[in-house]
Write a protein that binds this ligand. Structure first.
Ligand code: ZN
Length: 131
């Protein structure tokens, strides 16, 4: 799935500017996972690894940690996709029109990402039942 790849590339430090909104979501709901990965430590069992490659093998192959890793990515992607649904772009602006909130316009995705970051945990708890 394409978004797993995107989340992984952001989580694993190969970030690109066009993933800025996704980065805000990751910082809000998966910052501990991102930090653990940067320290070559499993975010779930806390086991340290010599390098990224062996950590990645552990996170994709060990039974318990790989399940938790996959679920964490799915959770992050679901929140991102939910937010993304309410974002509209024009040639000059970007707007978000979340349910129960007034429509807000921004000049750039960077501004939008900055605005939404402190609210992502709240949005996530609001929509959790729908997943
Ligand atoms: Zn582990």
């Amino acid at each position: 799935m394409i978004f797993d790849t995107i989340v992984e590339s952001v989580l694993w430090g190969k970030s690109r500017a066009n993933y800025i909104l996704l980065e805000s979501v990751i910082d809000a709901v998966a910052s501990d996972i991102k930090k653990s990965i940067s320290l070559n430590r499993c975010p779930f069992c806390r086991r340290p690894f010599k390098n990224r490659r062996s950590l990645k093998t552990h996170l994709t192959h060990s039974k318990i940690c790989s399940d938790r890793y996959r679920l964490s990515i799915k959770y992050t992607v679901d929140i991102y996709m939910y937010i993304r649904r309410y974002v509209t772009k024009t040639s000059t602006s970007i707007a978000i029109d979340l349910p129960g909130m007034p429509k807000i316009r921004f000049r750039s995705v960077k501004e939008l990402a900055k605005w939404i970051k402190p609210q992502i945990r709240y949005i996530a708890s609001e929509i959790q039942d729908k997943f």
